[in-house]
Design a binder for this molecule. Structure first.
Ligand SMILES: [Mn+2]
Length: 351
């Protein structure tokens, strides 16, 4: 197992690589060219420059998050083959720096959604908050405007201005999309990409839908053991697998995370470990990582990974903004560093 941290690149992350290097037990960063639009090829030159910056600080860059999938692929448009070719070229180029895992998602239009980015907790920290009821009564555009106001100029992956400019148009393209067709489009993508993943020895790790419940009437893909099972069966392969995101799957209390880990163990290539605290009305916020800080049993999750012989990558996911830190929501340095130390302690302790 290797412990890694998400890093958005020198231009887009307030946390310097050196500070990440100083957290005990962290071997590398999970990164990518966050300014690339879906469908654009990541060039060897740009990827090489990214790696040199990371290696100069003594860190590895074996996991990429995310190489985003163009909407035409998800929609099954006539133009999809060209975008899949570009995706495969990016995979080839990533191989030149020794990338081992690519985290991606197949969520329509929106990568993730929260109702608040900086929800204040009684102890003076703040964190991301999710209210299904709020999301049900808002529009994507109103939500985007709320994020823009709250984030104060920080570019949020999945909510880039370029993507938002055509938001309504993109949503309209999903009118009449059935889950069956959507799944066929995923299979088409996997059938073309996974053979190259095998050849290049790059593990493809799909991220579950975040949140797991439908938003804005769009189809959901990966949100339960049943859907993970169906997804892996679309194209069975040693290189077709999962990013286990405890906060995404765990936001549905019906999901038994240790059981999911037990079932899909060898197909879990990467884990995002975060805790969430449910409120009585079903709303939730992202808590500190400790079992005692939220509603998920983090010890049982880490133990299940260890019992499954997990030898992939773990990163602490999100957490709060503490000690007055300001930055990208969910990606403060301090609470994630505390999370690393806690998770490594669990890993050591669960035997
Ligand atoms: Mn995640």
């Amino acid at each position: 197992m290797k412990m890694v941290m998400r890093w958005f690149g020198a231009q887009d992350d307030h946390v310097p690589l050196r500070h990440i290097r100083q957290i005990p037990g962290v071997s590398g960063v999970v990164t990518g060219l966050v300014r690339k639009l879906p469908g654009e090829v990541w060039s060897v030159e740009e990827i090489g420059e990214m790696r040199r910056a990371i290696e100069a600080e003594g860190l590895e860059s074996e996991v990429i998050e995310s190489v985003n999938i163009h909407e035409d692929i998800k929609l099954g448009a006539d133009t999809r083959d060209g975008y899949i070719d570009a995706y495969i070229q990016t995979m080839r180029n990533l191989k030149t720096i020794g990338v081992k895992v690519i985290c991606y998602n197949f969520m329509p239009v929106l990568d993730w959604a929260r109702s608040r980015l900086y929800y204040e907790l009684p102890d003076g920290t703040n964190t991301m908050f999710f209210s299904e009821d709020f999301i049900r009564h808002t529009t994507p555009r109103a939500l985007a405007e709320r994020y823009a106001e709250e984030a104060g100029g920080i570019a949020l992956p999945g909510w880039e201005p370029e993507r938002l400019a055509g938001l309504e148009e993109t949503l309209r393209r999903y009118d009449g999309m059935t889950p069956e067709r959507y799944w066929q489009n995923a299979k088409y993508f996997l059938d073309r990409v996974i053979p190259y993943a095998e050849e290049l020895d790059i593990k493809m790790a799909i991220h579950p839908d975040d949140p797991p419940t439908p938003i804005f009437g769009l189809p959901r893909m990966i949100n339960s053991a049943k859907s993970i099972r169906a997804f892996l069966e679309l194209h069975p392969s040693t290189h077709n697998g999962l990013t286990l995101c405890t906060g995404s799957l765990g936001a549905d209390p019906g999901n038994d995370l240790p059981a999911i880990i037990g079932e899909f163990g060898s197909h879990i290539f990467f884990a995002h470990l975060r805790n969430i605290q449910f409120l009585e009305n079903g709303d939730s916020y992202e808590s500190a990582h400790l079992t005692g800080s939220g509603s998920l049993d983090m010890r049982a999750i880490v133990k299940a990974l260890k019992d499954a012989g997990f030898d992939g990558y773990i990163r602490p996911d999100h957490g709060r903004m503490i000690w007055g830190e300001k930055g990208r929501p969910g990606y403060g340095l301090y609470d994630r560093a505390l999370g690393v130390t806690y998770l490594l302690g669990l890993w050591e302790g669960v035997g």
